[in-house]
Design a protein around this ligand. Sequence first.
Ligand code: TYM
Length: 334
Amino acid sequence: MEQTEKKKVVFSGIQTSGAITLGNYLGALKNWVEMQDDFFCFFSLADLHAITVRQDPQKFRQNTLEAYALFLACGIDPQKSIFFIQSHVSAHAELAWILNCYTQFGELSRMTQFKDKSAKYSDNINAGLFTYPSLMAADILLYQTEAVPVGADQKQHLELARNIADRFNHIYGNTFKVPEPYIPKVGAKIMSLQEPEKKMSKSDENVNGCVFILDPPETIMKKFKRAVTDSEAEVRFAEGKDGINNLMSIYSVVTGKTNEQIEADFAGKGYGDFKTAVGESVVELLSPVQHRYKELIADKAYLEKCYSEAAETARKFSQRTLDKVMKKVGFVLK
Ligand code: TYM
């Protein structure tokens, strides 16, 4: 694939440590799909990132393949985007090492995700968990990326990537494009359906808090019907109504309706009707994805062809940046 027109480069990634959630879909993946026509897109399954938490080898491999099929089912088009598996392109690990040497201990210590994860996995606070943001910076900077579509929780990592790029450029002259975050106005932070003050996350202990893209329709409906709300019984977006605000955000991203329209549509109706409507809209959104996924996951040869070709293209583009960096730093050239 050649970058024929001067389209802006987009890069984004997602970890493959478990099932993909509605939060991933609405906060990031949906934008990836929409950006494919207007940008030159690199999307990656960040499996190197995933091993910062211990993985069962068989499940891990299976999760990565399933995520690959699922993303194609969601609309990532291998004819339009370079959709590859991070560990297939060794430049990511190589540049990450170099960037580690241009990233300060203090900067990494301030990352809230590191603080949260090291509290959660206190028996395995490994160096990879700590230096994870340098690998993420390498992912982005290797492709001279201009825009990075992510949910709000990745903003801090992105700011660090920008700082690392600036620092490197300052020392060695212009080497990296400094990337901009691309965070959706609505849906950037989908909250747990059970504890709406917390982010919806695949590692949520309460299974009803998190909707997975491959949940059967009846499970999705059940999770929405059980969603935590408040005692007011009025569908309106307001402070202190975290549960309803979250359901309204989900409904808004899925249907394209504004909060005012939603409030008007549900005026005088109870929360029960609203929860059912949100659940049904999500089921309707995900049904074709689930159907397509079943076909794709059965076609291993097609998946392999897609990720192998994409890795080859990604290697070509990333190597250009890596060569440039190695030359500037002063390594003896091969
Ligand atoms: P990850 O795998 O945790 O999440 C993938 C994407 O989904 C978004 N997201 C959400 N958006 C809205 N509401 C939620 N509840 C929610 N949960 C997750 C995340 O913001 C993210 O955009 N480090 C990254 C993966 C990564 C990456 C990169 C991203 C690796 N390399 C380079 C961008 C660029 C991560 O762990 O995302």
